[in-house]
Design a protein around this ligand. Structure first.
Ligand code: SF4
Ligand code: SF4
Length: 373
């Protein structure tokens, strides 16, 4: 059955700006129907790696915060720490990055709470059961799992590992704890950089399968045959000596696991989930990059739905039907029907949508309902 996706274009006029449109989308998509007085409402977003300027605009988030409060909810902004080392890999750096990028209480009207705690080790294990699932459980950031309601606000853009990043990427990969993220990348085996390794021994202590030992030169070494990619060693290494080979993660199973993590998070909310996608500043790469290249299409609009698969399908269709912009990473391929394949040629982005539909997370069929007639 087709899911409803509400759509606001980018036109504005006196008395009706984009924030007004976000508020209207919130109402039309029925998000207020599942918020009860006192509900803790997680607004899952990506605050942007400092240096990136394409991430969500804080005043647009403020409008959603205000709508949640109007229905009696207690909103908080949240994201889980990153697996890779950057400015968002622990709660201290992550919170500072959020404030630097404008997500302070003064601007947004809600606190930013890192979902998986100080070091990315606070998670809730959510069991997974059903047809076609690869995983038996998912390790979700604790604050996300414990919230009563989920509103995912996602900047829709390209992504080097999954083709595009939208709602599924935001809540699936983004909602997993650091170890949960490594599980999603579990065909990847972390590698130790012997130059950086200070022989502190932390990784040897936490590895659940004893896959790490010291070499003759007293540097940590991971046995790839024993390692199952849980990510604990990446989390505990304070010397940034353990890295992930990201290019290995372009295969389909990464997208499938990511979608199953999204499924797990949605299952903790008993249907109390809403999704808003911003098809604006559609950059070639993720907001995890500390830069943001030119958008590949004009700003196209804002979408809201209760179905994360449908909203991502509608968003990718909008991008692929739009004229590509010259002078961008699309180079000579502005007329192509699949812009994300031009950008990330070895990634089939449709895997995440097909798997989401297969496991019952949502529908790729949608009815686009424009709020501006
Ligand atoms: S935690 Fe990092 S620095 Fe410590 S032994 Fe392991 S790889 Fe080396
Ligand atoms: S990823 Fe997990 S299993 Fe693999 S070496 Fe690190 S701690 Fe051990």
């Amino acid at each position: 059955m087709a899911s409803r996706v509400y759509f606001a274009d980018m036109r504005t006029r006196y008395g009706r700006n984009l924030m007004d449109k976000v508020g209207q989308l919130f109402e039309m998509a029925g998000f207020g129907e599942f918020i009860s007085k006192g509900d803790m409402v997680a607004i899952k977003l990506h605050v942007g790696e400092p240096g990136n300027l394409a991430y969500l605009s804080p005043p647009l988030v403020r409008r959603v915060v205000d709508r949640i409060k109007a229905f009696g909810g207690k909103p908080f902004l949240t994201d889980a720490n990153t697996l890779y080392t950057g400015r968002r890999s622990n709660a201290i750096d992550h919170t500072i990055a959020a404030i630097e990028n404008g997500f302070s209480y003064a601007t947004v009207g809600a606190p930013f709470i890192v979902a998986d705690g100080l070091n990315g080790q606070e998670s809730v294990t959510v069991p997974l059961e059903g047809e076609g699932l690869q995983l038996k459980e998912a390790r979700i950031g604790a604050a996300l799992a414990h919230a009563d309601v989920l509103i995912a606000m996602s900047h829709f853009k390209g992504h080097e590992a999954t083709g595009f990043g939208g709602a599924l990427k935001n809540i699936g990969m983004g909602g997993g704890s650091r170890a949960g993220k490594q599980v999603q990348h579990s065909e990847l085996k972390p590698l130790v950089d012997p130059v950086r390794c200070t022989t502190c021994g932390r990784c040897l202590k936490v590895c659940p399968v004893k896959a790490i030992a010291y070499t003759e030169t007293m540097k940590a070494l991971i046995d790839p045959a024993a390692c199952y990619g849980c990510g604990e060693c990446v989390v505990v290494c304070r010397d940034r000596a353990i890295a992930v080979n990201w290019r290995e993660g372009r295969k389909g199973s990464l997208q499938e696991r990511m979608t199953e993590y999204a499924f797990a998070l949605v299952q903790t909310k008993a249907g109390k989930c809403g999704f808003v996608n911003f098809v604006m500043n559609v950059t070639p790469d993720c907001d995890c990059a500390d830069w943001s290249d030119l958008p590949i299409v004009p700003n196209l609009g804002i979408l809201a739905s209760r179905d994360p698969v449908a909203i991502d399908q509608a968003s990718v269709d909008l991008v692929n039907r739009a004229p590509g912009l010259a002078g961008t990473a699309l180079a000579g391929f502005t007329e192509t029907e699949d812009k994300f394949r031009v950008l990330h040629s070895d990634v089939d982005w449709s895997i995440q949508l097909a798997h989401g539909e297969r496991i019952g997370l949502g529908s790729r069929e949608y009815e686009l309902v424009a709020i501006d007639k």
